[in-house]
Design a protein around this ligand. Structure first.
Ligand SMILES: Cc1ncc(COP(=O)(O)O)c(C=O)c1O
Length: 442
């Protein structure tokens, strides 16, 4: 029998098929506590946002203190201490020369801002013919119209085709399913070829290339070689095209350094930040850019104004949470925790890789993904619901992307808790019937 309709409509949820949502009463550290008295390890950081653990007292206190002082103020014509301190703190950790910080609300709005900023930048430069964007296959940049346009074609955007503007699409460095049929050990990042040719031929009409640096998240936790990102940067410079790095997922330590771009030693022209920005407490985003981009907007000519903003731009509570989260990077051994997770991933994934149900394993920083053999690979693989239920019953929140199971924990997860998550995944490979059936048919 189909579950009873709810008046609260949940995201990415087919309420006629999916189980009722699990009521959560509180969170602490890596755990979520359910209303019926169970506890779950949040091994996906609640949609990749949480970094220092749930209900971290320092962030909770900072929000409460800010709320008693100033909960919100219009950010056009006004400013406040929390936004200024956050901008200062972000500049200290951002790769230079990313200096100018435009706040918005979430990952999707950070991307919309970046796209609009890139378009207007070229107009401000007197090159209004540069209007097209280049994006990667398997990309995901959010659910608003512009973000969906640069996101890959998929079942998720099929119903909204009319809202999406056309973009040039080029292969991503998905080494396990190499788009040009090479092996990573011997290739010369040959998958960069189509981007090279596209920029060579069409750079005069291209405003920007947008990438998720080194890790494509929703597309299947696809890890790119650093050389791919380096080549994208070189090409953008060579052909006078902006590079937008969407670090909404990868920022704030997720890939092992504060920002994924640092691992490749590159600096984009525009960077999008959200998710971990507030430690996972409140929605807030920032689109940051270099002076070369910013200075084209600063003018006595009002038509160069960046006409974009949201009611809650630079919300003081979000800024206070983000300041507290950045302070935790200084006061707690955050990068030691990240390094410990990386080490465990590298050790544990070796034994998962040997399992016959496993097609590929990959890791970067605190993220580890296992791509399973499936008769129906992709997001709608029937493996997904079976695995999801199995994990929840074992007390672990893991939300496979179809046949890709991944771990993306808050950095405070202990070795013991992480080993338990691995044990549960290993058990699922033997116990979930559809995996066994898919294996039998190999
Ligand atoms: C790389 C990337 N960009 C943008 C977004 C959109 O962020 P939000 O869901 O906060 O709008 C996401 C969300 O998963 C993401 O992974």
């Amino acid at each position: 029998m189909a579950p009873k309709p709810l008046s609260v409509w949940h995201p990415f949820t087919q309420e006629a098929l999916d189980p009722q949502p699990v009521p959560i009463e509180r969170g602490e550290g890596v755990y979520l506590y359910t209303r019926d008295g169970r506890k779950l390890i949040d091994a996906i950081s609640s949609w990749w946002v949480n970094i220092h653990g749930h209900a971290h007292p320092q962030i909770a206190d900072a929000i409460a203190e800010q709320a008693r002082k100033l909960e919100h103020v219009i950010f056009a014509g006004f400013t406040h201490d929390a936004a200024e301190e956050l901008a200062w703190r972000l500049r200290r950790v951002l790769p230079q020369p990313l200096e100018h910080i435009f706040f918005s609300d979430d990952g999707s709005t950070a991307v919309e801002v970046a796209l609009k900023m890139a378009l207007q930048f070229w107009r401000n430069c007197g090159k209004s013919g540069k209007t097209r964007f280049v994006a990667l296959e398997h990309a995901y940049h959010g659910d608003t119209a512009g973000a969906m346009s640069v996101g890959a074609d998929s079942d998720f955007v099929a119903a909204f085709q009319e809202l999406r503007f056309p973009v040039y699409r080029v292969p991503s460095a998905y080494c396990f399913r190499c788009p040009v049929g090479k092996e990573r050990a011997t290739c010369d990042i040959d998958c960069i070829g189509p981007l090279t040719r596209l920029l060579e031929e069409r750079h005069e009409e291209i405003a920007a290339v947008i990438v998720e640096p080194l890790l494509q998240g929703a597309g299947g936790m696809i890890v790119h070689p650093v050389e791919f990102l380096q080549r994208v940067r070189e090409l953008c410079t060579q052909y006078d095209v902006l590079l937008i790095a969407d670090e909404v997922l990868t920022g704030f330590g997720r890939c092992g350094k504060m920002f994924a771009c640092e691992l490749a030693g590159i600096v984009p022209d525009i960077m999008c930040l959200s998710k971990g920005l507030t430690g996972g407490f409140l929605p807030l985003a920032a689109t940051v850019c270099t002076p070369a981009v910013y200075e084209t907007f600063r003018s006595t000519d009002r038509s160069r104004t960046f006409f974009h903003g949201h009611s809650y731009t630079a919300n003081p509570l979000g800024c206070a949470a983000a300041i507290a989260s950045l302070k935790i990077f200084d006061s707690e051994p955050v990068f030691e925790r990240i390094a410990a997770i990386e080490k465990t991933h590298r050790q544990e994934m070796q034994s998962l890789a040997k399992h016959p149900a496993v097609a590929d394993v990959r890791t970067i920083g605190t993220v580890m993904a296992v791509e399973l053999r499936a008769d129906d690979p992709g997001y709608f693989s029937e493996l997904r619901p079976a695995l999801y239920d199995f994990y929840l019953n074992k007390g672990v929140l893991l939300r496979p992307l179809g046949n890709v199971v991944y771990i993306l924990p808050p950095y405070v997860i202990t070795g013991e808790q992480l080993h338990y998550v691995y044990d549960v995944i290993a058990e699922s490979l033997d116990r979930v019937p559809r995996i066994a059936a898919a294996r039998a048919s190999q």
